[in-house]
Every structure is written in C-alpha cells, then in structure tokens.
Design a protein around this ligand. Structure first.
Ligand SMILES: *[C@@H]1O[C@H](CO)[C@@H](O)[C@H](O)[C@H]1NC(C)=O
Length: 294
C-alpha cells in the first residue's frame, strides 16, 4: 500500500481557507506601503506621536487596497498631517499633542486591523464606516481607554463579538452593524454605559441577553441577526402605551411612532426588531438595506 500524494497546491489552498482574512496574505505587495526605516526619536513631536507613527505604519502595511488614496500621504513623522488622522491636545496634559481621532469613513479600503493599533492610546474617535476591513478586532483595543466612539459599520469583520470593547470605560457609541460578527451577544454589553448600540445585520445568535433591560442606551438596534425567540423578561414591554412585539416574526405588526411622537415621548430604551426601528432622538428606518437618517 502507498499513500496518495497530496499535490502542493491543495496544501496551499488549505492554508488560504484557514486564514481568517485574505488580506493578511499579501498586504503591501504593490510596494506602496509603510515607511521602511523609522525616523529618529527627535523627529517626532513627542513620544506619543512616535507611538502613533508605529501604529499607523503597521496599519498601512495591513492595507491591501486604498482606492481613494486617503493613506497615500501616510509617510514621515508628522502623523497629524496624515489623511483621516486628527490631532488635538491630550485631555490629561494639554501641552501634549496627540492623535485624538481617525476618520476613514467611506474610503473603501481593503485590509485588516493590526494589533499595533492598541498603541493609539489617546484615540477618542475611530470611524471606519463603509470600508472593506476584514478579520477581527484585535484584543489590544483594550488599550484605547479614551475611546468614545467606535464605528466599524459596513465592513467585513467576522468572528465573535469584539470583547475588547467591553472594557473601554468611556465608550458611548458602538456601531458594528453590517458585518459578519457571529456567536452570542455578551451579557456584559448591556451593563456598559453605552448610549448607542448598533448590532443589526450580523450573524449573532443564541438570543437576546436578559441584561438588555439594564442598558442605559437611548438606542439599541439588534435587527437582522439570528437571535430568534422573543425579548427577555427585563426588556420594556410597552412604548407609548403600545406593546412591543415580543416575537421578531411579528415585526410587521410593530407600531412605529412618527419621529415627532418619538421625540415628545422620549422613550428610554428603543428596540429594533425585524426591520422596524424605534429610537430616542433619531429615527432609523431600515428598508431593503438602505439606511435613512442618522
Ligand atoms: C496618492 O497620494 C500621494 C500623496 O498624497 C501621491 O504622492 C500619490 O501620487 C497618490 N497616488 C495616486 C495613485 O494618486
């Protein structure tokens, strides 16, 4: 007896399929990537900016496609002039300029988030809406302790709920909608002091945690997942005197107040189920994949 030989290419394919994110393969293959040699420390405004440089160069190496060329000027020590990068005075030390925000919304970038992004410890805003980022959210995001807003919506992130966000003390706005996150929604999410939670259009499963009623959020949208079942016992049952549908399949019967009514009544917690969203100060309608309003 002899064993059949396994062709090399099938091994290569197997490796391909094991990788969580295809762009980890050959980012920077076109040579348009990160700085090869780091400038000397004295070239940087301060050590925090130098850390940010390391993070942003690592990120540039993890970008496979940047059709709007927003990262085209991500070279050299002055990270505050990089496209989409915003600096301001550090809240803890106003004499120190730090990277406070990154806004790459609608840049259509393909790539992934490298662990080095955890070096951006002064970041307050990270907006990556409508790109092609894939893979998972690194655990090092736990270090982004000043993060207030995290918008990863409309990308290709996958894997389980990004646990790192649960330990961010100032996070108010968490937007993960339109990705491929899967597995359970962690109980702890609704115990966090978040004001807006968007998890719709993912692959979350295994029900809505009982902790939902603990959430101080003014908007929670869970629609278009595979959560099944009804609302947990802790969830509010009525809005404007109308019962909230407990069965997602009954969404068509859900009564949706007009925006004026919603503002006047100031509902505390708002739920989106099966495509109809009620909200606090804003009204979000979900219709055939189109988001209207903000
Ligand atoms: C991208 O931007 C950089 C710097 O702004 C510029 O030098 C480069 O030519 C641009 N590339 C393309 C393809 O437009």
């Amino acid at each position: 007896m002899h064993h059949p030989r396994v062709p090399y290419y099938s091994i290569f394919l197997a490796i391909l399929f094991l990788l969580p994110c295809p762009s980890t393969l050959a980012a920077d293959a076109d040579g348009g990537g990160a700085d090869q040699t780091q400038p000397p420390s004295r070239a940087f405004l301060n050590p925090r900016i130098q850390q940010a440089y390391i993070a942003l160069q690592a990120w540039k190496s993890a970008i496979l496609s940047d059709p709007t060329n927003i990262t085209g000027n991500w070279h050299g020590p002055n990270v505050c002039s990089y496209g989409g990068v915003f600096c301001s005075a550090s809240p803890s030390d106003p004499s120190l300029t730090v990277v406070a925000g990154i806004d790459l919304n609608h840049a259509d970038i393909a790539g992934y988030l490298p662990t080095e992004l955890g070096l951006l410890t002064d970041l307050a805003l990270l907006h990556l809406n409508s790109n092609r980022f894939c893979g998972s959210v690194p655990l090092t995001f736990r270090s982004l302790t000043f993060l207030h807003e995290l918008d990863l919506s409309n990308n290709r992130f996958a894997g389980r709920f990004p646990e790192a966000v649960l330990s961010l003390p100032y996070l108010k706005y968490l937007d993960l909608r339109y990705n491929e996150f899967e597995g359970p929604i962690p109980d702890k999410l609704f115990d966090r002091p978040l004001d807006a939670i968007f998890l719709n259009h993912n692959r979350f499963r295994l029900g809505i945690p009982d902790s939902l009623g603990n959430s101080p959020a003014s908007v929670v949208v869970l629609a278009n997942n595979q959560l099944g079942g009804g609302l947990p016992g802790s969830a509010p049952r009525r809005l404007h005197g109308q019962p909230i549908a407990a069965d997602p399949s009954a969404a068509a019967e859900l009564v949706c107040p007009s925006p004026v009514e919603a503002v006047a009544a100031d509902p505390k917690v708002v739920l989106g189920i099966g495509g109809v969203y009620l909200y606090h100060r804003r009204l979000l309608h979900q219709n055939r994949g189109t988001l209207l309003g903000t």
